[in-house]
Design a protein around this ligand. Structure first.
Ligand SMILES: CC(C)(COP(=O)(O)OP(=O)(O)OC[C@H]1O[C@@H](n2cnc3c(N)ncnc32)[C@H](O)[C@@H]1OP(=O)(O)O)[C@@H](O)C(=O)NCCC(=O)NCCS
Length: 327
């Protein structure tokens, strides 16, 4: 059986650091509130108006190719999970491929908000498992600062900009993407969305005046759904595959809120020492959080480690992927 192994990981975050203290000067908030409610201390925000999500993707994918010693021309397919594409169309994946010279690749964007990376990982792995492709790049990238209302203290403090990427290659060993459980429920639309810029409310003076081009979130409702769903799906994939807490080397959880992560870990029976966290430095980078975690923790990973990767996001979308680390 051919499996899709992650053979390299890379990341890119903008240089510009925005601390909680910086936000105190912009909205009525405090460093203490943000840390206790979310765990975030600082986040990155792109301050060059000429740069967009694809430019972060370029940074991550070029590093990925360099680390693996391959040329961008060897990439067969590039999937980009994002809800902040450079433009409505063409796809950010196409722009990344063009900018790095991946001229033999095709690609597309995948819109699943904070679950964008795990949806793309599950999807991309199928092209490897069928034997169709040898090199598939999965990117998770979001420039949330471009869709935040910096007068809304309940949303602007939790998000940041960032991007990560992994390379999938075939293996016949018992390694790589082992299983996944993915879910969605469009009834979640009311709690987390961006109202305008699509076919329902095309951009107009009115949509601008009404601030309809920003992230709209009912934090408490999202929180309740996230705590329940992320914990359930993570426990479910373990039960289905007869994995016990002691079999898991790492929980790789979407970085939305430390309290959501703690609830998931509790349900799985996993101790704090096995949870990857970097929310304090980057905030919620939407599709970027999971590959950024893998990038940050890469040196601590060992071949054969069982990882449970879990996410929850707008849609609602959620799910878990079981990965056996391949190097
Ligand atoms: C957004 C979130 C951090 C808010 O935390 P919370 O504990 O639910 O806070 P609440 O919304 O109940 O607000 C509590 C109080 O803090 C206030 N508040 C909100 N943002 C604040 C801020 N940045 N600074 C200070 N006070 C703030 C509220 O106005 C409210 O005040 P009130 O009690 O006087 O009305 C939390 O709901 C959350 O993380 N939700 C999920 C987010 C998420 O996962 N989103 C991405 C999808 S994965």
């Amino acid at each position: 059986m051919i499996r899709a192994a992650i053979t390299a990981v890379a990341g890119y975050v903008p240089e510009n650091v925005v601390t909680n203290f910086d936000l105190e000067k912009m909205v009525d908030t405090t460093d203490e509130w943000i840390i206790t409610r979310t765990g975030i201390k600082e986040r990155r925000m792109m301050n060059d108006p000429t740069k967009a999500t694809s430019d972060m993707g370029v940074g991550a994918v070029l590093e990925l190719c360099k680390k693996r010693g391959i040329s961008p021309e060897e990439i067969d397919l590039l999937i980009c999970g994002t809800v902040t594409p450079d433009m409505v169309f063409p796809a950010t994946a196409n722009l990344i491929c063009a900018k790095i010279g991946a001229k033999n690749a095709w690609g597309y964007d995948l819109s699943a908000a904070c679950s964008g990376f795990i949806y793309a990982l599950a999807t991309g792995s199928q092209f490897i498992m069928t034997g169709k492709y040898k090199k598939v790049v999965i990117v998770g990238a979001d420039m949330m600062s471009r869709i935040l209302d910096f007068t809304d203290r309940a949303t602007c403090v939790i998000f940041g900009d960032g991007c990560g990427a992994v390379l999938l290659e075939p293996t016949t060993e018992e390694l790589g993407v082992m299983d996944f459980e993915l879910k969605s429920d469009g009834n979640g639309v009311n709690f987390l969305h961006m109202k305008a810029g699509g076919s329902l409310h095309p951009s107009s003076h009115e949509t601008i005046d009404k601030k309809m081009h920003y992230v709209y979130q009912e934090g408490q409702s999202v929180f309740k759904h996230a705590v329940y769903s992320m914990a359930e799906v993570s426990a479910s994939i373990m039960e289905k595959n007869k994995l016990k807490a002691e079999d898991i080397a790492w929980l790789v959880p979407h970085q939305a809120n430390k309290r959501i992560v703690d609830a998931t870990a509790n349900r799985m029976g996993i101790g704090e020492e096995k949870i990857m966290m970097n929310i304090e430095r980057y905030g919620n980078t939407t599709a970027g959080t999971i590959p950024l975690l893998l990038w940050d923790f890469e040196k601590q990973l060992k071949k054969g480690d069982n990882l449970i990767i879990s996410a929850f996001g707008g849609g609602f979308t959620w799910g878990s992927v079981w990965v056996k680390w391949a190097y």
